[in-house]
Design a protein around this ligand. Structure first.
Ligand code: OGA
Ligand code: NI
Length: 304
């Protein structure tokens, strides 16, 4: 059964970069408690969140609107809270219950994400621990994000209307996401945007840029975006697993395919994340910066 599950996982990563996980062992009560705590935080008066509102992308707690309002001018219809959760949990003091819930939620989802990583490593024909060793996941980085998309009558079909989060891939290795029952997450597949509809209680799993790098492009960080509902507030909770912030992420050499070799240059995850989070979200622009320029390589190969 396990080897079949690993094969399915490999196919999902290769064909979609996106899948759902059910029977994941994270209690539904804990999912709801996490969602409720984020909702409570968004409802707090601004003065109780002010200290986190001019935080930068590498500050451990950040509350804001849009993606990065310093560069996108709050063009996107979204409130968010971002909390670094590993190696150390950082969390606003209010609401009261947030810290306890976030600690438990981070630990349980981290366990799940690490297990998925081991199975994904196997699906690439590698030992289960190979990706973890490469990315130093013993000291992994994890971030929890709460997203709140208030309803907007301008609607997703109106080009000048409300987009919650524009097309992007995630900077980490894997992202786990669940939502409050209001759809809006879209995934790009074969050039088309498809709406993701969850099985109740499941998590969405989104392949991120570090998976694309470490797998030498075998698995791609998938483009996705969030649309805003016309009538209902949408919320999502994200738990993102990344390499150790100090790890220099490079493809696993066993996955090099001659004569092309490695598709990506090594990049320190901290620098990658800071770059992606400090600039306008631009599809896969951050990843393209570390991609080996094929035409140059081909020229070199041809002339040598
Ligand atoms: C994200 C993201 C989508 C959503 O936070 O990176 O893609 O549905 N969120 O909230
Ligand atoms: Ni995302």
């Amino acid at each position: 059964e396990r080897s079949q599950a690993v094969r399915h996982l490999g196919r999902a990563c290769q064909d979609w970069g996106f899948f759902m996980v059910t029977n994941h062992g994270v209690p539904e009560d804990l999912q709801s408690a996490m969602m409720d705590a984020c909702k409570e935080l968004f409802g707090l008066p601004p003065e109780q969140k002010a200290e986190f509102m001019d935080a930068g992308p590498m500050d451990p707690v950040r509350v804001g609107t849009g993606f990065n309002s310093a560069v996108d001018g709050a063009r996107y219809w979204r409130d968010y809270v971002k909390m670094f959760a590993h190696p150390e949990l950082h969390c606003p003091a209010k609401p009261d219950g947030l810290r306890g819930v976030a600690a438990e939620y981070a630990a349980r989802t981290r366990g799940l994400l690490l297990e998925l990583t081991a199975a994904i490593s196997e699906s690439l024909g590698l030992p289960a621990g190979r990706i973890a060793e490469r990315l130093d996941l013993g000291s992994c980085f994890q971030i929890l994000v709460g997203n709140h998309y208030p309803p907007c009558a301008a609607g997703p079909d109106d080009d000048d209307g409300a987009v919650g989060l524009p097309a992007h891939s995630d900077h980490g290795l894997l992202t786990l996401l669940f939502q409050n029952g209001v759809d809006g997450l879209q995934v790009k597949h074969d050039g088309r945007w498809l709406l993701a509809k969850p099985i109740p209680g499941s998590f969405f799993v989104i392949a991120g840029d570090q998976l694309e790098i470490v797998s030498n492009g075998r698995y791609k960080g998938v483009l996705h975006r969030a649309l805003v509902d016309r009538a209902q507030a949408r919320m999502s909770c994200v738990s993102l697993l990344g390499p150790c912030l100090d790890a220099v992420v490079k493809p696993v050499p066993e996955l090099a395919v001659p004569p092309l070799g490695l598709e990506f240059r090594g990049v320190k995850y901290r620098d990658y994340m800071e770059h992606q989070q400090s600039n306008k979200l631009n599809e896969k622009g951050a990843l393209d910066l570390v991609r080996v320029q094929r035409h140059i390589l081909t020229d070199t190969l041809c002339s040598s």
